[in-house]
Design a binder for this molecule. Structure first.
Ligand code: VGL
Ligand code: ZN
Length: 202
């Protein structure tokens, strides 16, 4: 059984938002078109408290997009984004959410960032997504949403590690950095994942 995983299609990642991904709005109609082709559709939501340690604002002396060490791991410092219950954290109003059966929230612990929908960045705590999908009998996961080089990429790598087939729908995602996305795609293929375009889905 195959499921569609829609990663972080939230206002703050769409033009007009605080961490806007270029062209992020263009993928919404594609994702709306795709959904009926899947047995199950689920979504993730980046969901930070205001004092989250990934926000540059919470580190005096550091700037946005600077990389620092946080508890021993690299952390990019982001503009304030996807604050719990804010408009920026809400899904794009253009996204059809009728088929979304469950929403997995991440990034709620202020001490650690969480790019993947499965685990935090130190792989200490699971969101429960893997167990949920296995319980539903899902074996094949298709990924879309934002951002291609961060949350989509890390989710795919974790999905492969969890034993799922994992496929990126390339025209249904957009990257923050094109260079990072090129490397991310190589990594996905090397790890046994797939990359397709939405037209290839039956
Ligand atoms: C994301 C940076 C920070 C993402 C989330 O959804 O790709 N990127 N938080
Ligand atoms: Zn975030």
């Amino acid at each position: 059984m195959k499921a569609l995983v829609i990663i972080d299609l939230q206002n703050d990642f769409i033009p007009g938002g605080s961490l806007a991904v270029h062209g992020g709005d263009e993928i919404v109609p594609i994702i709306n078109e795709l959904q009926h082709k899947f047995d199950l559709v689920i979504a993730t939501q980046d969901w930070h408290p205001l004092d989250h340690s990934s926000f540059a604002e919470n580190h005096s002396g550091n700037k946005e997009f600077e990389v620092i060490k946080l508890n021993g791991i690299d952390q990019t410092l982001w503009p304030v984004h996807c604050v719990q219950n804010s408009k920026g954290a809400a899904f794009s109003p253009e996204l059809n959410s009728e088929k979304i059966e469950a929403i997995f929230r991440k990034g709620t612990n202020k001490e650690i960032d969480s790019y993947s929908g499965f685990y935090d960045n130190a792989h200490l705590k699971s969101t429960g997504l893997s167990g949920y999908l296995k319980d539903k009998g899902v074996t094949k996961l298709y990924f879309c949403g934002l951002a291609a080089d961060y949350c989509v990429y890390y989710s795919i790598m974790d999905a492969l590690n969890e034993g799922f087939e994992a496929i990126l729908i390339e025209d249904a995602t957009k990257a923050i950095s094109e260079e990072k996305f090129i490397e991310a795609k190589k990594d996905i293929l090397r790890a046994g994942g797939g990359i397709i375009i939405s037209k290839e889905l039956d």
